[in-house]
Design a protein around this ligand. Structure first.
Ligand code: ADP
Ligand code: MG
Length: 393
């Protein structure tokens, strides 16, 4: 079923997705809207994408024979998670085009390789060191001051990370990340966080989305708004960086670049994601082409859609905490807020910090859209959960 580069993979074909979480589910919904069939591979037989996929291969992301089973039934395979074993990527690529390919995924899936690649290619990053021991962490803190230790593999939503402010606590931080190979980053004073999403086709054609402004709470995205209220120069720099990285890594599909603006005015790359991204969920409503449809177009070799804004849009994440509170969430209350929509991922069990869904809203301006999304969030949480912070100013 291998398709030659260049010939578009048209509706009626089957798209495989490695990973059946919410990103896979929303990609699958976009693919279904366009007339594609969707197969997914996920360790959880009841994964979020299951109701949308005609086939779920239940397997871990390090099982090459399951990956071959998936790929044999697909015309193209993409992914919603970067923690895919190289043996699986190789196995897939022998039976169907894997987009993005194994080379950029291998770089991005390891924080050490990713940071090195960015630095070697002269993209701006904060100061960092490698750590293979508690002593390395100590030396980094002595050189850089307060730091964040991030395990090379397996961290997400702030997991696999430990803050360390003094050299004496280096061993504790090293243990906290599981005594694993890590990057140690200087802790930066952030003025704000934003992201830029780029889509790229195999022939090099690219489309860049307007920047999204993001707010994290305890290392997890709380809300995001499109467009970001950043100076034009910052937006331009972010777009240039994101396009440069997508080109340099020869991404086929999507690349989300998380960026920092520091209090001293520097624009720095935080990290990369070669897939749809939580900070662009508002693109479903705010942009001419959602990130999910754009991924389908890019991996199928179809013309990229316009990434332009048709409205301002915002989202607020719904974490499992909201379902664990005293009162159940008030879905109807949230839907009563102007332009609000509720997006739930069909996850059966709520856990603290688990992403269960998000709320979205649109408006004439970013602040209006975000205000509505946060009003919907306040309406959704009648229980004891703390509210998420609103933007300052
Ligand atoms: N070097 C840093 N300095 C200051 N804050 C940071 C730094 N690295 C990460 N953070 C904060 O932690 C959040 C999560 O870190 P990140 O590296 O993006 O991990 P994850 O993969 O969990 O998203 C960031 O969005 C930012 O708010
Ligand atoms: Mg991040």
């Amino acid at each position: 079923m291998t398709t030659h580069d260049g010939a578009p993979i048209l509706p009626g074909a089957t798209i495989g997705i490695l990973g059946g979480g919410q990103l896979g589910r929303m990609t699958a919904m976009a693919a279904r809207s366009m007339g594609y069939d969707v197969h997914v591979l996920d360790p959880d037989p009841d994964c979020s994408a299951k109701p949308v996929a005609s086939r779920v291969v239940t397997a871990r992301f390090d099982d090459p024979s399951a990956a071959i089973d998936l790929a044999k039934g697909c015309d193209v395979v993409t992914l919603e998670i970067e923690q895919i074993a190289p043996t699986v990527m190789e196995a897939v690529a022998q039976h169907a085009p894997l987009r993005p390919g194994a080379a950029p995924i291998w770089i991005i899936q390891d924080r050490v390789r990713q940071k090195d690649w960015l630095a070697e290619h002269a993209f701006p990053v904060g100061e960092f060191r490698h750590a293979e021991s508690a002593d390395d962490v100590k030396a980094a803190v002595q050189a850089l001051g307060a730091c964040i230790v991030k395990a090379a593999h397996g961290g997400y939503d702030g997991r696999g990370q430990a803050h360390v402010t003094q050299a004496a606590d280096a061993a504790k931080a090293w243990e906290a990340v599981g005594a694993r190979r890590s990057v140690v980053e200087q802790r930066l004073d952030l003025a704000l966080e934003f992201s830029v999403l780029v889509a790229r086709r195999a022939d090099g054609q690219m489309a860049v989305y307007p920047p999204a402004r993001n707010h994290h709470s305890s290392g997890v995205l709380a809300w995001s708004v499109l467009p970001a209220d950043v100076p034009k120069e910052v937006a331009r720099t972010g777009a240039e960086i994101a396009l440069g990285i997508a080109e340099g890594l020869e991404i086929v599909g999507l690349l989300a670049v998380e960026l920092f603006v520091t209090t001293d005015g520097r624009v720095l790359v935080n990290e990369l994601a070669p897939r749809p991204h939580n900070t662009y969920h508002a693109s479903e409503r705010a942009c001419a082409t959602s990130q999910f449809e754009q991924l389908v177009r890019a991996v199928c070799g179809l013309p990229l859609g316009a990434p332009t804004l048709v409205s301002a849009g915002a989202i607020a994440n719904l974490l499992g905490d909201l379902w664990l509170a005293d009162a159940p969430p008030d879905v109807a209350g949230a839907l009563d807020v102007a332009t609000a929509r509720v997006h739930l991922y069909g996850k059966r069990s709520a856990r603290e910090g688990r992403k269960m869904g998000h709320l979205s809203a649109i408006g004439q301006s970013g602040p209006e859209a975000l205000g509505r999304a946060l009003d919907a969030y306040d309406a959704f949480r009648p229980g004891a959960c703390p509210a998420i912070e609103r933007p300052r100013g």
